[in-house]
Design a protein around this ligand. Structure first.
Ligand SMILES: CCCCCCCC/C=C\C/C=C/C(=O)SCCNC(=O)CCNC(=O)[C@H](O)C(C)(C)COP(=O)(O)OP(=O)(O)OC[C@H]1O[C@@H](n2cnc3c(N)ncnc32)[C@H](O)[C@@H]1OP(=O)(O)O
Length: 292
């Protein structure tokens, strides 16, 4: 049974187990898919490709996060797989980040439940024993960028519209300390300081320059590049790589784990403020009006 902080996520988030499909792929590997998380297993290679499919923009709603958490738990416990490629099934968008509708006009209990799920996905991805390669095939702001930052390697498709970064300040909110820690660990303190304060969204060339991504490739080569990176990482003995990964990441993860409940309370009181609600509503409204 999948647990989220000691509770049954299936019940809390109203996700029905029946929504999942479990079949066998051509190579005999178990293929499982939920509504919004597609898993393409390659058992022979020990790799599963996770495709995010929550159209139109892969915003991270509570239900979507819950499905993703369950999927990661299953893969982590399945010895067939040693690596995950994380990518998107939504054309042009990796993920629009946290779902703004989960943070607007709801009650404190909902905000707390949502934030616990956001913490959980970050911890699951950041501390995964598997090799995680992000094949970023679209725009990747805020929470979308964070998911990519948890991975061991990031490949970004070369398209100037595919900008990536933690743009929270542009919404009138702030990146939580653990988003910041993850970014600092990736691009260094000075670059993170500037990027976070200005809410910078980097196009591919700049993202590569600043170290936000490890490689930029033509869009049609993104999956093959991710596969070849993966085989390089999988050539390292698991125990040595996993212990090294843990040594590099444990302190950052522990920082959140030790303050998890306080972080939830901080989020709830911050997001419940009238001024923050107003900023988020204005931002959402601007997004909607962009089309007209
Ligand atoms: C004291 C300390 C306490 C600490 C407290 C910390 C608090 C910090 C809290 C949270 C951190 C937040 C993290 C986040 O991730 S916030 C989300 C940030 N995301 C964005 O800014 C991206 C916004 N979206 C876009 O820029 C674009 O949509 C796009 C580039 C991703 C895609 O562009 P395009 O293809 O042109 O699509 P549309 O813009 O037309 O969008 C389609 C549709 O989707 C809706 N939508 C877009 N993004 C979101 C979203 N993040 N959540 C919900 N809905 C979204 C958009 O409104 C359109 O809707 P429609 O008009 O109804 O069709």
């Amino acid at each position: 049974m999948a647990l989220l902080a000691g509770r049954t996520v299936l019940l809390r988030a109203g996700v029905r187990l029946g929504a999942e499909a479990a079949t066998r792929g051509g190579n005999g590997a178990r293929r499982f898919a939920s509504h919004r998380v597609l898993v393409e297993p390659d058992a022979a290679a020990g790799i599963a490709t996770i495709k995010l499919k929550n159209p139109p923009v892969n915003s991270l709603s509570l239900e979507f996060l819950t499905e993703l958490i369950i999927c990661l738990e299953k893969l982590e416990n399945d010895k067939t797989f040693r690596g995950i490629i994380l990518t998107s099934d939504c054309p042009g968008i990796f993920s629009a980040g946290l779902d703004l509708r989960e943070m607007c006009g709801k009650n404190p209990a909902h905000y707390a439940e949502y934030w616990r799920a956001v913490q959980e996905i970050w911890l699951k991805l950041y501390l995964s024993n598997m090799v995680l390669v992000a094949a970023i095939n679209g725009a990747s702001p805020a929470g979308g960028c964070l998911m990519a930052l948890t991975c061991d390697y990031r490949v970004l498709a070369d398209n100037p519209r595919y900008r990536i970064g933690l743009n929270e300040t542009l919404l009138g909110i702030i990146a939580p300390f653990w988003f910041k820690d993850n970014l600092v660990n990736t691009i260094g303190h000075r670059a993170a300081d500037r990027a976070l304060q200005l809410g910078l969204l980097f196009p591919p060339t700049e993202a590569l320059q600043v170290g936000m991504v490890d490689q930029v490739v033509p869009e049609d080569q993104i999956h093959s590049t991710a596969l070849s990176v993966m085989s390089q990482w999988l050539a390292i003995p698991d125990h040595a790589r996993q212990l090294t990964k843990s040594m590099m990441r444990k302190a950052t993860a522990d920082h959140l784990i030790k303050q998890r409940e306080a972080d939830i309370q901080n989020f709830v009181s911050f997001i419940s403020k009238d001024s923050i609600q107003k900023s988020l509503q204005v931002y959402l409204e601007k997004l909607k009006q962009k089309k007209h």
